[in-house]
Design a protein around this ligand. Structure first.
Ligand code: HSE
Length: 407
């Protein structure tokens, strides 16, 4: 018998309770153990819940119960969640989480703590919701030097961009829908400004390149400045605007890691990833490109990944399952400033002036463009070179990198 305690009965925690109970037979078969939900910790009361008899309000009950083997942390944030995770690991319990903030900020310390206490710290659900990505990256692709990871890592922003493109919805209306569907963070700024995608690319980078990557090391730009005009111009050149997290191995052992909106070519499978779906392309030096696709947020998809980790933790009670990466290094991560690419630019200027400044460009058109507005795609150059060339013409209203996977 393996006893499980869930910390936090929010969207994900309640999904975990549901999936554990509904799919109990299948889960027990896979784990080769009886897995039983023993406690749910929450500050609130849920008298109508089918799990009403499992609720406790004091973490010490779980911490001090020797029957609890696996603790599922779905509280979120990096404060209370960190304290309870540390206490659970020290008490000899494996911890499973969907908490990307905690893993991105403190993963290195928590993995070490788990190893010291002979238990597992697992976080498949922290990246890509229901998509299996942590385990494949760590195990199935272990033979490769990872050269690049690029992906749509935030369901809320992908949902917003899709609804703007497909239904012409305003940014605010699309965000409201994402919140109603349980995709958005408690404070959706983390989604919209790219912080959530940043935490996820940090976790993938740490697994791929073997050292902790801190969110503060990663240049992060969100989608709050994207307008329907940009969406229309992207469409005019057969591309889609997508918020991407990207990590590239550079010569000399450094990595370039960043989050930013990109124009993605219609031929690239990432351009067809819509709504709450996430997709991650990993390029290994032996395997080439591998792509992972699925629902990146939401109650049951995320619970699916959490429960898979519960099964793994249960199976490895005796033979221990460790994930590992080394300490971070302030010199490891470089910004995308040196990365050349084509750029999409929208600004008020004359197209002749733009051509004189930049040489060959491809001009773009959209119906209803106001007088004086120009939009174009440049040739490959760094952001700094673009700014220098455009300096005499004014500041772009919008400037978005065009994804070129051969950077
Ligand atoms: N807010 C996150 C998203 C939840 O929209 O992707 C899943 O991590």
């Amino acid at each position: 018998m393996v006893n499980v305690a869930i910390l936090g009965y929010g969207v994900v925690g309640s999904g975990v309770a549901e999936v554990l109970t509904e799919n109990n037979g299948q889960i027990d078969r896979k784990a080769e153990e009886d897995i039983r939900l023993k406690y749910i910790l929450d500050v609130r009361e849920f008298p109508q819940s089918p799990f009403a008899d499992k609720f406790v309000h004091d973490f010490a009950i779980i911490e001090n119960d020797p029957e609890v083997d696996v603790v599922v942390e779905t509280i979120g944030g990096a404060r209370v969640a960190k304290e309870f995770t540390e206490r659970a690991l020290k008490a000899g319990k494996s911890v499973v989480t969907s908490n990307k903030e905690l893993v991105a900020e403190h993963g290195y310390d928590l993995l070490r703590l788990a190893e010291e206490h002979g238990v597992s710290y697992l976080f498949e659900a922290s990246v890509g919701g229901g998509i299996p990505i942590i385990r494949p990256l760590n195990q199935c692709l272990a033979a490769n030097e990872i050269e690049e990871i690029v992906g749509i890592l935030n369901g809320t922003t992908n949902y917003i961009l899709t609804r703007m493109i497909r239904a012409g919805l305003s940014f605010e209306a699309a965000l409201k829908e994402a919140q109603q569907n349980g995709y958005a963070e408690q404070n959706p700024t983390a989604d919209i400004e790219g912080h959530d995608a940043c935490r996820k690319i940090c976790i993938l980078s740490a697994l791929a390149f073997g050292r902790h990557v801190y969110p503060a090391q990663v240049s992060t730009e969100g989608i709050s400045h994207i307008t329907l005009a940009d969406v229309a111009y992207a469409d005019a050149c057969g591309r889609k605007i997508k918020l991407l997290g990207r990590a590239i191995r550079l010569e000399g052992g450094k990595i370039c890691v960043y989050v930013a909106p990109h124009l993605v070519d219609g031929e690239d499978p990432l351009s067809g990833v819509e709504d709450v779906f996430n997709a991650i392309t990993v390029r290994g030096n032996a395997v080439g490109d591998v792509m992972f696709y699925g629902r990146g947020a939401g109650k049951r998809p995320t619970a699916s990944a959490v429960v898979a980790d519960v099964v793994d933790a249960a199976k490895h009670r005796k033979t221990k399952k460790y994930l590992h990466w080394d300490q971070g290094d302030p010199e490891l991560v470089v910004s995308p400033e040196g990365l050349e690419s084509a750029w999409y630019v929208r600004m008020n200027a004359s197209i002749e002036g733009v051509r004189a400044a930049l040489g060959e460009i491809s001009a773009l058109a959209r119906p209803g463009a106001p007088a004086g507005e120009v939009a174009f795609l440049t040739g490959p150059m760094t952001a700094g070179a673009l700014a220098e060339k455009l300096a005499g013409l004014g500041t772009p209203a919008s400037q978005i990198r065009v994804l070129d996977k051969n950077h």
